[in-house]
Design a protein around this ligand. Structure first.
Ligand SMILES: *Cc1c(COP(=O)(O)O)cnc(C)c1O
Length: 445
């Protein structure tokens, strides 16, 4: 290795004080490795990090974070194929590189499976994330300076819908859609006037927290009357939508569907864009390649195809379990004394549950306390919070715990432990042991 002076470099001097404190702590722990740098030392450090994480998170933790999942065994097996470093650029038959013809199967089969799952004619599967899929849609359908209308952040509008993210990269003006807090949806009464005033080219619905379906048909009618295009971002709902549950955004009137493939869908990281419209499909496809992606990753499409086929095979059983377990867990949390969103409507129609913890110090504080006890999830804004108010909520997703074999009885225990911790001030170390025991029993069952 090259000579260096032995002090660990500051990797992000522009980061927040909280982030810099944590980065310094990690850097200090790596000090010995850095002072005497070797490939073997780095391999050891990387392996230790991965093993430590697997133990803490996968084996002993209960993961209620809504934006993750674990792949099935069959998907994991094909994901291990060493083709990730085999670049493949262009359509089959006109590849830039020679000798990749066997892999053409992945590139033909995967979009066909994806399109069939979500009820679309076309699916573009080559982008590496849903953020890139959304950027491809913006690139295809808007010009810099155009307006797009999106859900407010407190209603689950994602970074990749807001000016700080992909729309800013495209130079778009971003406005918040009018929102009806009681309906957990776009304000249908205010929508036509809003569209008339703001004249967006594109309207984006689909959120990072979605307890109840959007009224897509009514939204689509107003959007189409205003001459705009409707994108439904199903990143979180993809596993349900693909199973024919929750809602069928394209059949209900959305022009385009984008989603992440690693959340409820349960596949590898990646993004999909689906549509029935051949002209839209061609534009977004050209935006993905050659626009935003050169080589697609064959190592990603292999487990994606397997995951898609498993969802087709399963006939909705997994999605139904995710929803049933979410409803029961929400009821259990409510019985324990938590303020659970959607109380008057059966709490949720999806695998998401939201808890308002403003009275318990807010979402970030509750999330940190739960993490100390081995329960991993995230804070989230809730539609009724004030502008500038920190995230009031905790967001829960049941997609991973269901895959891991946890059901209503185990999650009722988790609800009681969460109440012990957050409402009755129990010691996190004690709760952590009980959480690890629940995981251990589920693993043995
Ligand atoms: C998670 C999420 C994304 C981003 O997905 P990536 O694949 O991680 O880029 C986009 N949109 C919504 C609504 C999300 O929740």
């Amino acid at each position: 290795m090259e000579q260096h002076d032995g002090t660990f470099p500051e990797i992000a001097p522009w980061a927040s004080p909280v982030a810099r404190a944590r980065i310094s702590q990690v850097a200090a722990d790596l000090g010995g490795l850095w002072a005497d740098l070797s490939a073997g030392g780095v391999v050891d450090a990387v392996e230790a990090a991965l093993h430590g994480h697997a133990r803490q998170f996968d084996d002993e933790g209960i993961v209620l974070y809504a934006g993750t999942n674990v792949m099935s065994e069959a998907a994991r097996r094909v994901a291990e194929a060493p083709v990730g470093g085999r670049p493949s650029m262009g359509w089959p038959g006109e590849k830039y590189q020679a000798g990749l013809d066997r892999l053409d199967v992945l590139e033909v089969l995967t979009p066909a499976l994806m399109a069939r799952l979500v009820g679309a004619r076309f699916a573009e599967v080559r982008s590496h994330s849903a953020t890139m899929s959304n950027l491809a849609v913006y690139t295809a359908l808007t010009e810099p300076g155009d307006t797009i209308a999106v859900l407010p952040e407190r209603a689950g509008g994602h970074t990749s819908h807001h000016a700080v993210g992909a729309p800013g990269v495209r130079g778009l003006r971003v406005v918040d859609l009018p929102y009806d807090v009681d309906a957990y949806d776009v304000d249908l009464g205010a929508l036509p006037g809003f569209l008339e005033r703001e004249r967006p080219r594109l309207v984006v619905i689909g959120a990072s927290l979605l307890l109840f379906p959007h009224r897509v048909a009514a939204i689509a009618e107003a959007v189409s009357a205003a001459g705009a295009v409707l994108l439904y971002d199903a990143s979180h709902m993809a596993g349900l939508v693909a199973a024919g549950r929750f809602q069928r955004p394209l059949a209900e009137g959305a022009d385009l569907l984008t989603f992440s493939t690693y959340k409820s869908f349960g596949g590898p990281p990646g993004g999909v864009i689906a549509t029935d419209d051949a002209a839209l499909a061609e534009k977004v496809s050209d935006a993905v390649f050659p626009g935003l992606t050169a080589n697609y990753d064959a190592a990603r499409l292999a487990p994606l195809a397997v995951t898609a086929a498993e969802i087709l095979d399963d006939g909705g059983t997994y999605a139904d379990r995710c929803i049933a377990v979410a409803r029961d867990f929400a009821a259990a949390l409510s019985e324990e004394g938590f303020t659970v969103a959607g109380q008057g409507r059966g709490f949720t129609d999806s695998h998401h549950v939201a808890v308002d913890v403003a009275a318990l110090g807010g979402g970030r504080a509750a999330m940190a306390r739960l993490a100390e006890a081995g329960v991993y999830l995230s804070a989230i804004g809730l539609p009724w919070q004030a502008d500038g108010e920190p995230d009031r909520g905790l967001r829960i997703g049941t997609q991973e715990v269901v895959r891991r074999g946890l059901g209503e009885p185990e999650l009722r225990q988790v609800a009681a432990l969460m109440a012990d911790l957050l409402l009755r001030d129990a010691d996190p170390a004690t709760i952590r042991k009980a959480i690890a025991r629940i995981r251990e029993e589920a693993r043995r069952a």
